[in-house]
Design a protein around this ligand. Structure first.
Ligand SMILES: [Zn+2]
Length: 129
């Protein structure tokens, strides 16, 4: 396991070199790293893995808190349903590119042996654990 790849992805950095940004903006991902030229997509459909990450984040950070707020009686059922449906429509659009970035990092945490070597790669001298 190489959690550094995920830590780099959380900061929107290339999992390989940790320098180039993965995302061009909130809606668009670069195809390659601007620093090390690492191609982010591993195969067709690779970034579909961002969908369950988006689903999980929205559920845990939006739906569950709204349910708790509703159970405490701070908002009505109408507000709960409106905010849940509104979030279910808007938040995937806003979070999907970042979730693709997280997926990229998470993939290489476990599939670190698929990470191509680079002369500027900081992990080259570290041991594999
Ligand atoms: Zn890079």
């Amino acid at each position: 396991m190489k959690p550094i790849y995920f830590r780099r992805a959380i900061r929107n950095r290339c999992p390989r070199c940790g320098e180039g940004p993965v995302l061009e903006n909130i809606f668009k991902r670069h195809d390659r790293c601007s620093n090390c030229n690492f191609e982010y997509s591993r195969e067709d459909g690779f970034f579909i893995g961002g969908i369950p990450i988006s689903y999980g984040l929205i559920s845990m950070l939006w739906i569950v808190p709204l349910l708790l707020i509703w159970m405490l009686g701070w908002i009505s059922m109408d507000w709960l349903l409106g905010l849940c449906f509104g979030g279910a429509i808007a938040l995937p659009f806003l979070s999907y590119a970042y979730c693709q970035c997280l997926w990229l990092g998470l993939y290489f945490v476990f599939a670190y042996n698929e990470m191509p070597n680079s002369s500027s790669h900081r992990l080259d001298s570290s041991s594999v654990d």
